[in-house]
Design a protein around this ligand. Structure first.
Ligand code: HEM
Length: 413
C-alpha cells in the first residue's frame, strides 16, 4: 500500500468517523490520491476512481446478489440474519428484490415494471407533480416560510409514488418509519440493533402491503400495482412474495432518495446564489442543472458488488467473493473526469456522466421520475420566490449510504 504521508491505511476510509459522514468529499479526495483501490480493515475493498467504479457497476463479472456470492467472514454480523432470510425464501414467505438479484431473474422482474418508468410514461405525471408542488408552495406563501423537507421534499415524492401504485396514504407515518428503519440497514456502520429494527420493519411493512394486495385483487384498477398483480396471476412470472418485496422496494426507493436530492440540491443552490439566480432566469438550464446537482451532492453515496471471478484494478488483485464498495460520490468528484469537480456549475458539459443513479443493469429504475420531481420542485420554488433564503439551522441525517439534509428552513420573500 502506498502511504506517502505515513497515514495509517485503516484511517483512509472510516464511516464511523462523524467528520467523514458530515462531509465525505475531502476524505474521498485523499483516498483517491493515496490508495484508490483500498483494502479496508472492515473487510471490503473501497473504490474511489470514476473508471474503477463505472467498470464495476457495468461489468457482468460483478454480482449484486451479495448473499449468493460473497465469501462470508465468520464474524460477519449479518451471517445469521442471511441464514434466516434464506429459510424464509425457501418456505415462500420472502423474496429478493431486483436490487439484490442478478440476471436472468433480475431481467425477468425488471421487465415487468420498466414500461411504467420510461421517460415518456413519467412525463405524463408532470401536471400532477406540478399541482402538488404548487399546492405546497401556496400553503408556504401564506406563512412566508417553508421547512423544505417536511413541507415539500418528502410529501411530493411520497404522494407521487402512492398515486402510481394507488396506495392509501392513511398510514403515512408508519410507512415513513418503516422506510427509515429499512434504509438504515444499508449503512456500513449498521449495528445489531439497527439490523434487528430493519428486519422488523420489513415484516411489518410486508404484512401491511399483503392486506393492500389482497384488497386490490378484489378491486383492480388501472394503477401499477394492479398491473403487477395481473402479471403475477398470468403465470409464474412473479410470486406473491416477489410482488410484496417489489412493492416495498418501489415504495421506499420512490421517496427516500428524491427527498434528499431536493434537499441537497436546494442547499447547494443557496450556497451558490449566482448559479441559483442564473438558473431561475434561464429555463434552458433545466435539464443539465439536475444532472449537475446529482453529480455535486447525490443522495446515494455508495453501493456494493461482489466479483464472481478474480479481478484486477491496475496492479491490485481482488479475489472473487470479496465485497467491493463503489463510492459513487467519490467517482462524481474525480478530477480525471470532471474539471474542477468541487465547483457547482449548472451548465457543466458532460455533467450527465455522473454515476449518482449507478450504471449497468441496476441503473436506477426511477431516474426519470426523480429528475422530474426535483426539476419541478426546484424550478418552481426559485422562480416563484427569487429571494428565497436560509432561515435557521440546517441539519443533516447522520447517514452515508443515503445521505441528505433533514431540515432546511427557508424564508420566502
Ligand atoms: C434522486 C433520487 C434517486 C437516486 C439518487 C437513486 C439512486 C439509485 C441507485 C444508485 C440505484 C442502483 C443501486 C445499485 O446499483 O446498487 C438505484 C436503483 C433503483 N432505484 Fe433509484 N434512486 C432515486 C430515485 C428513485 C425513485 C424515485 C424510484 C422509484 C420508483 C427508484 C427506484 C429504484 C429501483 C426500483 C432500483 C433498483 C433497480 C434495479 O436493481 O434494477 N429510485 N437507485
Amino acid at each position: 500500500m502506498t502511504t506517502d504521508n505515513h497515514e495509517e491505511p485503516k484511517l483512509l476510509f472510516n464511516p464511523f468517523d462523524a467528520a467523514f459522514r458530515a462531509n465525505p468529499y475531502p476524505f474521498y479526495d485523499r483516498l483517491r490520491d493515496i490508495e484508490p483501490v483500498h483494502t479496508s480493515p472492515f473487510g471490503f475493498v473501497v473504490l474511489s476512481r470514476y473508471d474503477d467504479v463505472a467498470r464495476t457497476l457495468r461489468g457482468a463479472e460483478f454480482a449484486r446478489d451479495i448473499e449468493a456470492h460473497v465469501t462470508e467472514r465468520p464474524d460477519d454480523p449479518r451471517r445469521e440474519r442471511r441464514e434466516r432470510q434464506r429459510r424464509r425464501r425457501e418456505d415462500g414467505s420472502a423474496a429478493k428484490t431486483i436490487l439484490n438479484l442478478d440476471p436472468p431473474d433480475h431481467t425477468r422482474l425488471r421487465r415487468l415494471v420498466s414500461l411504467a418508468f420510461t421517460p415518456t410514461a413519467i412525463e405524463r405525471l408532470r401536471p400532477r407533480v406540478q399541482q402538488l408542488v404548487d399546492e405546497a408552495l401556496d400553503r408556504a406563501a401564506d406563512r412566508g416560510s417553508i421547512e423544505l423537507v417536511e413541507d415539500l421534499a418528502f410529501p411530493v415524492p411520497f404522494q407521487v409514488i402512492s398515486d402510481l401504485l394507488d396506495l392509501p396514504t392513511d398510514r403515512i407515518a408508519d410507512v415513513r418509519d418503516w422506510s427509515q428503519a429499512l434504509t438504515a440497514s444499508l449503512e456500513p456502520t449498521a449495528d445489531e440493533a439497527t439490523l434487528d429494527a430493519s428486519e422488523h420493519a420489513g415484516m411489518e411493512m410486508g404484512r401491511y402491503l399483503s392486506e393492500v394486495i389482497a384488497e386490490r385483487r378484489q378491486h383492480p384498477g388501472d394503477d401499477l400495482l394492479s398491473a403487477l398483480i395481473a402479471a403475477e396471476e398470468a403465470g409464474d412470472r412473479m410470486s406473491e412474495a416477489e410482488l410484496r418485496s417489489f412493492l416495498i422496494l418501489l415504495y421506499v426507493a420512490g421517496h427516500e432518495t428524491t427527498v434528499n436530492l431536493i434537499g441537497n440540491g436546494m442547499l447547494a443552490l443557496l450556497r451558490h446564489p449566482d448559479e441559483m439566480r442564473r438558473w431561475a432566469a434561464d429555463p434552458s438550464l433545466d435539464a443539465g442543472a439536475i444532472d449537475e446537482l446529482l453529480r455535486y451532492d447525490g443522495p446515494v453515496q455508495e453501493t456494493v458488488r461482489v466479483p464472481t471471478v478474480d479481478v484486477r484494478y491496475g496492479d491490485v488483485e481482488v479475489a472473487k467473493g470479496t465485497m467491493v464498495m463503489t463510492l459513487l460520490g467519490a467517482a462524481n468528484h474525480d478530477p480525471a473526469v470532471f474539471d474542477d469537480p468541487h465547483r457547482l456549475r449548472l451548465d457543466r458539459p458532460g455533467a450527465n456522466r455522473h454515476l449518482a443513479f449507478a450504471a449497468g443493469v441496476h441503473y436506477c429504475l426511477g431516474a426519470s421520475l426523480a429528475k422530474l420531481e426535483t426539476g419541478v420542485a426546484l424550478t418552481t420554488l426559485i422562480r416563484r420566490f427569487p429571494d428565497v433564503a436560509l432561515d435557521g439551522e440546517v441539519s443533516w441525517r447522520d447517514r452515508l449510504t443515503i445521505r441528505g439534509v433533514d431540515r432546511l428552513p427557508l424564508a420566502l420573500r
